[in-house]
Design a protein. Structure first.
Length: 128
C-alpha cells in the first residue's frame, strides 16, 4: 500500500501516521526539504482522493489524518524496512530492534516467546 505511493505522498502519509492529525502547515514543517504550501495541499488532496487521508474543518483550517488501520500501516512499513535494510530477514530485523532496548518487561518477553513459538509451529506445518 505505502510502497506504491510516490516519494512525497509517502512522506506526507508517514508524517500523518506519526502525528495522528496535522494541518497542511504542520505537515510541511515536518517534511525534509518541503515543497511549497500549495504543493503540500495538492499532495494531501491526492492522498484524500485515494482514500488514504481524510480531513475535518476546525477554525477554518483543514485538519488531516490517515485513514488506514495502524496495524496495516505498521505491517507495510516493516515489510519495506526488512526488505531494504535486512535482506528480507525478519529475524535479523528483530535482533537489531532488540539491540535498541535496554530491557524488556515480562509481558513483552512473553509476547516475543509466543510469537517465536507460533512462527516455529507455522514453519513445521508448512514443511509437512
Amino acid at each position: 500500500m505505502i510502497d506504491s505511493l510516490p516519494r512525497r505522498e509517502r512522506e506526507i502519509f508517514e508524517i500523518l501516521c506519526s502525528a495522528g492529525e496535522a494541518t497542511a502547515a504542520d505537515v510541511r514543517e515536518a517534511m525534509a526539504d518541503p515543497p511549497s504550501y500549495s504543493a503540500v495541499r495538492t499532495l494531501l488532496s491526492r492522498l484524500e482522493a485515494r482514500g488514504l487521508v481524510k480531513h475535518r474543518t476546525q477554525d477554518l483550517a483543514y485538519i488531516y489524518k490517515s485513514v488506514p488501520q495502524a496495524s496495516k500501516v505498521r505491517e507495510s512499513a516493516l515489510k519495506s524496512m526488512v526488505k531494504t535494510f535486512f535482506d528480507g530477514s525478519a529475524a535479523n530485523a528483530a535482533t537489531a530492534l532488540l539491540g535498541l532496548t535496554k530491557s524488556l518487561s515480562a509481558e513483552e518477553a512473553a509476547a516475543l516467546r509466543r510469537a517465536i513459538d507460533e512462527a516455529k509451529t507455522s514453519d513445521r506445518e508448512e514443511r509437512a
